[in-house]
Design a protein around this ligand. Sequence first.
Ligand code: GDP
Ligand code: MN
Length: 387
Amino acid sequence: MKIHEYQAKSILASYNIPTPTGRLAQTIDDVRRIAEEIGKPVVIKAQVYAGGRGKAGGIKFASSPVDAVKIATSMLDRTLITHQTSSAGTIVRKVLIEEAVPIVGEIYISIVIDTSKRLPVIMTSSAGGMDIEDIAENSPEKIIMAYVDPAVGFQPYIGRKLAYGIGLSGDLIKEFGAIIAALFKLFMENDCSLAEINPLAVTKDGRLIALDAKLNFDDNALFRHDSIRNLHDPEQDDQFEKIASELGIKNYVKLDGNIGCAVNGAGLAMAALDMIKYAGGRAANFLDIGTVNNPQILINAFKIFMSDPNVKSILINIFGGMARADIIARGIIDAYKQIDIKVPVVIRLAGTNALEGKQMLMQAGINYIDATDFYDAAIKAVSAANN
Ligand code: GDP
Ligand code: MN
């Protein structure tokens, strides 16, 4: 689960990590009032569940309250498109108004779980303010990492090692160590999947302050963090993921491609994404319909596909085990009756009752493309999407 920057900053502050003075505004009146209260030049920051706002016009400086109002008017209730949003962008309903801090340097800090090492890893860089992906590609030597064994816990030497690694000196070493220690504690105590400060700025008067903050949380641990779960902003949810959850489909993730796919089983569904890619295409979504013997889920899946203008072909890939292919076929036939399906549909049925399922599809006279196996299905779906 993601939260907004202003919420992440308030959690950071509760762990004694320095953040700028600022308040959240939802209306132009709020903006004027807050900018007047701060009484200094401010930064207006679009609150969306995506980074890359700086380059996309979602972070702007205002020298006066009048200026702040002008800028906020051009942001509030508008769509912001950054390289991290979908091409449709995301709506800005809130802006954070903060004092503009004069800075001389930008540091990158993040903590994630390295799943191959099965350990939390702290990454830092003196090249903050930039995307970490760019640093990793262009100057990987500028990323300094440290793994933390949870059985041993965070040790102060880790903070010092990272501080020296990114070239800090003097009082900043101690200050930086304290921030790393606090962020690590925050990460562990709240079951974060990501804790990122980019940039942690070095101010003109030699202090460190978190100018940006991003916290993501492990969904499977949210049951023990009610206060965090309540921070979720449904307005920032992907519109198709919202439709899916309203239709009772839990395992749907929106992707950037143009092939809608419905698959039974998470493993097979992931393999389908790979197979589509291998065949030269890109999936519009991940969707595991699960082991269900209920035709309704197919109808719902087709509803989502048809609401997504990116979908140019559909791939139904079923390997019946406990789920029966004839019941899936019933769902597909019902979907054709209820929904105007405007794009080619490729169907691969295998496993339990596959023959019965195929017979039903033929007898129903629906217009679809039959696939003999998994790879054949992917190739046909890709070529159908491109025609
Ligand atoms: P992001 O682009 O979504 O990551 O948004 P950030 O909050 O990181 O802002 C982008 C950039 O704006 C930062 O890397 C800073 O360079 C700059 N910035 C943001 N807030 C301030 C501030 O208070 N003072 C100064 N000088 N720069 C800021
Ligand atoms: Mn940032």
